[in-house]
Design a protein around this ligand. Structure first.
Ligand code: ZN
Length: 313
């Protein structure tokens, strides 16, 4: 069975919101749990700390601290190793262990402080999505009208993330900020959970020009299982629909620059045949029908491994 590296899920945020859930026990409400990771052969999972925008300024940074505490108290351990360095990542792969990488989704939780960014980093956070859907001190999200690019503070954040070896994630950012980040970042950047705009015209998806530029910089995009980022038709979505996105990414030269970022536990509606992490086995079977095994391995984990090994220190 092919190993899976999933570059985005909100399981940690869900565990923080619904304290009765146990990551090590199967539960209908949890799309990514340890038993589901085992079923789907998910080896490496990025766990994003997403702070809902309803949490007021002054409480957001602390909410991330609570999620990080929850991770070390209830999630990380012998069965799921915290991955904080290139060496941790390599050891995980060599020893066939499972690991998790901590991200923060949206710099609104950063509350405008580089000290706080460095503190997160010291606590093990290794990537950040620069924005969620709205404006923050770093840049504007994709749902802002008349969006601007990176602010002066945003430029400092990008440079500091480069210096610390943190992964810069441009999913959710509005186009001006996307282009500023690509121009400024010394390291490849990723779009952890975004699909193809040409096939589904949604502000969260990427244009062909954006994808080509991301690939040229050595970055990787993660196709995501959010049904309304796959088609704008009001109907049930299936893996076959997502394969059209994958085909298009490959036609732009993306065979070495595409993976998956499920957004599990951040979505309520799912594909008909892809509802939780355990279903990665169904996705693997579908991919093997259409692609060579060597390509499927790239999509399932190798492309993410390469870019994370490149950026982490
Ligand atoms: Zn998201």
């Amino acid at each position: 069975m092919i190993r899976v590296f999933d570059a985005h899920c909100d399981a940690l945020s869900k565990l923080w919101e619904e304290r009765d859930l146990d990551f090590y026990r199967e539960n209908e409400r949890l799309q990514v749990s340890f038993p589901e990771m085992e079923k789907g052969n998910v080896s490496i999972q990025v766990l994003a700390c997403y702070v809902p925008s309803t949490i007021p300024f002054g409480r957001r940074y602390h909410a991330v601290l609570e999620m990080l505490d929850l991770f070390y108290e209830k999630v990380a351990g012998e069965k799921l190793l915290p991955i904080q360095s290139r060496n941790d990542l390599e050891q995980c792969v060599l020893k066939n262990r499972k690991g998790a990488i901590l991200f923060v989704e949206g710099a609104h939780a950063l509350e405008e402080s580089l000290v706080q960014l460095r503190t997160w980093h010291r606590l093990g956070v290794r990537g950040m999505t620069l924005t969620w859907n709205h404006r923050n001190a770093v840049a504007d999200g994709c749902h802002e009208p008349n969006p601007s690019g990176l602010s002066l503070f945003g430029r400092k954040v990008v440079e500091e993330m480069n210096r610390l070896g943190m992964i810069i994630d441009v999913s959710h950012i509005a186009e001006p900020g996307f282009w500023d980040t690509l121009e400024l970042s010394a390291a490849p950047v990723i779009a952890s959970h975004s699909n193809v705009k040409r096939l589904c015209d949604h502000p969260r998806n990427l244009t062909d020009e954006q994808m080509k530029a991301l690939f040229a910089k050595g970055g990787v995009m993660g196709l995501t299982f959010v049904d309304f980022f796959v088609t704008s038709e009001k109907r049930k979505v299936w893996i076959d629909d997502l394969l059209r996105h994958l085909d298009h990414v490959c036609s732009l030269g993306g065979v070495d620059h595409v993976g998956f970022g499920s957004d599990f536990d951040g979505i309520t509606e799912t594909f008909g045949d892809l509802t939780r992490a355990g279903d990665y086995s169904v996705l693997a079977e579908a991919l093997l029908k259409h692609y060579k095994e060597a390509e499927v391995k790239k999509f399932m984990h190798e492309n993410w491994l390469r870019v994370f090994q490149n950026v982490l220190q």
